[in-house]
Ligand binder design. Structure first.
Ligand code: HEC
Length: 133
């Protein structure tokens, strides 16, 4: 009986690769359970705050100038408003857990620093400013 060492190694390699795939497929749903601030924002906030704007009260945007003007430019202030809501903005305290609210608040503050520019298509932000003026 002739044993071909190459064949043997390729079987081991295939076994290892299958194993790695199985582990990855097993882990990925666990990773997906912790959505990022961006994903959470898109699914909970963007209906009213798309691109960092405010479709209900147009001057209360999530942009740096507005956050500063209304004393909302801190994690604590954003977190408080997300938990408790304010006027036409619903409270998310019962829907999102602390970790999720932290992630969203951090994302909002970070995007305000970036002027939301990396997330807004040029045409869209132009349209928005045209509509405002
Ligand atoms: C149904 C629409 C709606 C949704 C959904 C919503 N908001 Fe708001 N948001 C508002 C309105 C209206 C205001 C202005 C409230 C006021 O001061 O009267 C506001 C204000 C804010 C402000 C303060 C802005 C400023 O310039 O003072 C922040 C921060 C904010 N929202 C964050 C969020 C986040 C984060 C989410 C998602 C978890 C969210 N909002 C979801 C309607 C909404």
């Amino acid at each position: 009986m002739s044993t071909n060492p190459l064949k043997c190694w390729s079987k081991i390699a295939i076994a290892l690769i299958s194993c790695a795939i199985a582990i990855f497929v097993g882990i990925s749903p666990v990773l997906a359970e912790v959505p990022s601030g961006e994903q959470l924002f898109n699914s909970n906030c963007s209906a009213c705050h798309i691109g960092g704007n405010n479709v209900i009260i147009s001057h209360k945007t999530l942009r740096k100038e507005a956050l500063e003007k209304y004393a909302m430019n801190s994690l604590e202030a954003i977190r408080y408003q997300v938990v408790n809501g304010k006027n036409a903005m619903p409270a998310f305290g019962g829907r999102l857990n602390e970790e999720e609210i932290d992630a969203i608040s951090t994302y909002v503050l970070g995007q305000a620093e970036l002027d939301w520019s990396t997330k807004v298509e040029v045409s869209t932000s132009q349209e928005v400013s045209e509509r405002k003026s």
